[in-house]
Design a protein around this ligand. Structure first.
Ligand SMILES: C[C@](O)(CO)[C@H](O)COP(=O)(O)OP(=O)(O)OC[C@H]1O[C@@H](n2ccc(N)nc2=O)[C@H](O)[C@@H]1O
Ligand SMILES: Nc1ncnc2c1ncn2[C@@H]1O[C@H](COP(=O)(O)OP(=O)(O)OP(=O)(O)O)[C@@H](O)[C@H]1O
Length: 281
């Protein structure tokens, strides 16, 4: 049986506003980009009776048997969409968990993309959205991933080649619970990204935006305040901001050289933290 390699890219939120709460979930608007960091998924059809999913690598600890991939496969099996085919799936986890980088969500999204692109399953857009939402809010962003503006009414506008940043992603030795961070949000802001304007792709405008969830996380975790302030204070940093519900803090640069220099400075200062150089894709 053929085996296929799938790259499951990490996402970052360049900006995020919480604009209300109508149900169990908050209404948000956000600017999302994918970055050149990915989990590697290997998938092989197999004669086994049950799907087999194994996680390996630096960030594979404590991922339970019920995970975003098993949830997706269960949904597809319940709808009999895989025609009883069973798969052996190995995931090398390079994206840290609870980092605000969508690691778990994008594993499910990349697999769903694969099944659709290989015509193993056929789904309407509405069905794809429904299945994605059953697994988690970020999953839909990873369907045909590209720079996206998530509007507070749930619409997603996708763009190609609109932004190019070199980035430093830093994460302390703890993660943030998305549920907890959202539970501490006690105010909302007016939507700013609809209709999408050209300035949303420009550093001079982006630097003055916010991540509404950052205030909660920095209050709870003073170490994140220290990381953000250090990165913001570096000479060539355009701006630094927490991604998603944390705990990663992203610093943005116009040049690879500036980013590299910042990364070596950061690693000297915070040698126990996880820190990578990457870029938006
Ligand atoms: C912070 C972001 O990553 C930004 O892209 C997303 O909004 C969160 O996406 P996610 O990690 O997939 O979050 P989920 O696993 O769907 O939700 C976890 C929990 O976070 C809270 N949650 C999540 C998303 C949202 N819009 N409002 C919420 O209040 C809910 O309590 C939910 O039960
Ligand atoms: N495929 C998966 N990869 C990583 N973690 C997973 C996966 N499936 C379930 N989990 C569990 O979900 C938790 C959150 O994982 P992760 O933070 O990667 O998900 P996410 O919500 O997509 O990303 P984030 O909220 O950090 O943006 C992990 O700590 C782990 O226990």
């Amino acid at each position: 049986m053929n085996s296929f390699k799938i790259k499951s890219y990490a996402k970052i939120n360049l900006a995020l506003n919480v604009t209300g709460k109508k149900s169990k979930l908050h209404n948000i608007e956000s600017l999302i980009s994918f970055i050149d960091l990915h989990d590697s998924i290997t998938l092989r059809e197999s004669k086994i009776k049950q799907h087999k999913i194994n996680f390996f690598g630096k960030f594979s600890k404590n991922i339970s048997k019920i995970n975003t991939i098993s949830k997706l496969l269960k949904i597809l099996d319940n709808k009999n969409l895989l025609n009883n085919k069973k798969y052996e799936i190995k995931v090398i986890k390079n994206i840290p968990q609870k980092a605000g980088m969508g690691g778990g969500s994008m594993n499910a999204a990349s697999l769903l993309n694969f099944f659709i692109e290989k015509k193993i399953i056929k789904l309407k857009k509405s069905e794809i959205r429904k299945i994605s939402n059953e697994i988690g809010s970020d999953v839909i962003l990873g369907i045909k991933p590209s720079f996206a503006i998530l509007l507070s009414n749930g619409d997603i506008k996708k763009y190609k080649n609109k932004i190019k940043f070199y980035i430093l992603v830093a994460k302390p030795n703890f993660g943030c619970s998305t549920k907890y961070i959202y539970s501490k949000v006690n105010s909302f802001s007016k939507p700013q990204f609809n209709p999408p304007k050209q300035k949303l792709f420009e550093a001079k405008y982006l630097k003055n935006l916010d991540n509404h969830l950052e205030k909660v996380a920095l209050n709870k975790y003073p170490e994140l305040k220290i990381i953000k302030s250090y990165l913001s204070g570096l000479h060539d940093t355009l701006f630094a901001r927490m991604s998603g519900s944390g705990s990663s803090i992203v610093a943005y640069f116009h040049s690879k050289k500036a980013c590299k220099k910042a990364c070596s400075q950061y690693k000297r200062k915070f040698n126990s933290h996880w820190c990578i150089e990457s870029k938006t894709i």
